[in-house]
Design a binder for this molecule. Structure first.
Ligand code: NAP
Length: 472
């Protein structure tokens, strides 16, 4: 049976890898989710089927805690399904943080249980097993509190601004060094049960202290890093429990989180080291100073007339489109314009919205054809030939200051070259800044028209004007 379980694990691991691969593209993403689910089902089933008994046997007959297992399954389903339906997509980053917190806590608790079980009921663990076990618990506990802090900041139940104090980095590194020293002591003396709660407490505290100096603005990137920590914790747990599948799944989770955070850092022109060591927490998200500069605005009727007369339109979606849930109205606008022979494309910035792929998911929900979605590098060359760039709820990702203003916090961040289009129209509710808290020069250009209003309401108004124009 043990051999058979290893085969099941191989199939499971292959499904996890395929799942990640398929989730890379919108048209295969559903298949990817399904593959991941089947992989997880096989993993759980295989683990139960090959459960080890005290006599060295392996089989489902060795499982005696069905009450606990089924309760956990029921609680998981009871919490998971409503969350999937109730949580708006704009809250996905905090939901992700919450699931990392749960995963990391699970890994840390398994490590803790393993430690005490061995010390009280079995032979003490060897240093070889203690190394992954202390890594698992250290990463697990710090990711648990760190993820809860990240979730609190994103949900705005905790202050979003960075909380800093003198010698903060020194305090953090000292605390981490003490936790690491205790970990070494536990590896060398695995019977030191008194030390373990102090070690776990320090890891929990470190998770909080690591996050408080980081502003809410950088939480999505921090979540990707915490994802990586949670994966590494699960990987270490695999070594501690000598479970091959956990090692593979944890490594996949850890490395994908790491790759994701590197992609996000690149797209925001932030260095990875800067994110890892929390130094960027000191970058304050400043409120944009209200600038009294002239700008032009237009009505839905005027916007409809301009769109109707265009032969090419590039729609630039951003966070505001997600907040307004305007994707279905945007789809109607796309259909209406395409019917009139206007060539409509969508320009996707890698960090538009609040999580990687946010805009792809949103537009896919409205069945906008994937081949109309263009990545930043592919579409930027097309803006100079485009009649109208219609920016819907996007701000920072279109700010030309990223190219020109060395003093700007987003200087160096690659942007969509919206300002190069012949006419620019921007739907947003006010002149307020976006995520980075800075003013956008795009809004004051002669070719720019501000379309003030909620994205969904404004696009609906444009749609009402369009049929009239067709008939005219
Ligand atoms: P943004 O810069 O945050 O701007 C969004 C704009 O949407 C705001 O200026 C807001 O203006 C407008 N808005 C909000 N609600 C609206 C509504 N109901 N109707 C119409 N407009 C609405 O968004 P972005 O251009 O998508 O840029 C993303 C930002 O997030 C970047 O700074 C990026 O670095 C950061 N970020 C992204 C990720 C990621 O993975 N995607 C991760 C970390 C950080 P009004 O209030 O005036 O309406």
């Amino acid at each position: 049976m043990a051999q058979f379980v290893q085969y099941i694990y191989i199939v499971s691991a292959a499904l996890f890898i395929l799942s990640l691969k398929w989730m890379n593209r919108p048209d295969t993403a559903r298949r990817g989710v399904f593959a991941g689910e089947i992989g997880m089902l096989l993993a759980v089933g295989g683990t139960l089927a090959g459960f080890p008994g005290p006599d060295g046997s392996a089989g489902i007959a060795n499982v005696h805690n069905w009450g606990w297992i089924l309760s956990a399954v029921v609680i998981g389903i009871a919490v998971g399904i409503p969350i999937a339906y109730i949580m708006p997509m704009t809250a996905v980053p905090q939901r992700t943080a919450l699931s990392h917190a749960c995963g990391a806590l699970a890994a840390a608790l398994v490590g803790t249980a393993e430690f005490y079980q061995h010390n009280h009921y079995r032979e003490p663990l060897t240093p070889v097993i203690m190394i992954p076990l202390v890594l698992e618990t250290l990463l697990g506990y710090l990711t648990f509190t760190g993820s809860l802090m990240a979730m609190g900041k994103l949900q705005e139940v905790l202050p979003q601004r960075p909380i800093t104090y003198r010698n903060q980095n020194a305090v953090n590194f000292t605390l981490f060094a003490i936790a690491a020293a205790l970990a070494v002591r536990l590896v060398l003396v695995p019977t030191d049960t008194i030390l373990f709660p102090i070690f776990a407490g320090l890891a929990l505290l470190f998770g909080v202290l690591l996050i408080i100096p980081i502003g809410g603005a950088d939480m999505p990137t921090v979540i990707a890093i915490l994802n990586s920590y949670a994966g590494l914790s699960a990987c270490a747990m695999g070594f501690a429990l000598q479970n091959n599948l956990l090692v593979v799944a944890g490594a996949l989770d850890g490395s994908s989180g790491l790759i994701l955070s590197i992609i996000m850092c690149k797209a925001m022109n932030r260095s990875f080291a800067n994110v890892l060591f929390g130094a960027f927490g000191q970058i304050q998200v400043s409120q944009a100073q209200a600038q009294q500069r002239p700008y032009r605005s237009a009505s839905p009727e005027e916007a409809a007339a301009i769109l109707e007369a265009a032969s090419s339109v590039i729609i630039v979606p951003g966070y505001g489109l997600a907040v307004a849930q305007a994707q279905h109205k945007v789809r109607e606008l796309y259909d209406a314009l395409m019917r009139r022979g206007v060539d409509v494309k969508f320009a996707i910035h890698p960090v538009a919205g609040r999580m990687p792929g946010h805009m792809n998911v949103l537009l896919a929900e409205a069945d906008i054809p994937y081949d109309r979605l263009r990545e930043m590098d592919d579409i930027n060359g097309e803006f100079p030939q485009c009649d109208v760039a219609l920016v819907i709820g996007a701000n920072d990702v279109t700010n030309p200051a990223a190219r020109t203003d060395k003093s700007s916090p987003i200087y160096g961040m690659p942007i969509l070259d919206v300002d190069k289009a012949r006419t620019v129209m921007v739907i947003k509710r006010s002149m307020n800044p976006g995520f980075a808290g800075i003013d956008n020069d795009l809004y004051y250009m002669d070719k720019t028209l501000m379309l003030f209003g909620d994205a969904k309401a404004f696009v609906s108004e444009i749609l009402k004007e369009l049929p009239a124009k067709v008939a005219a």
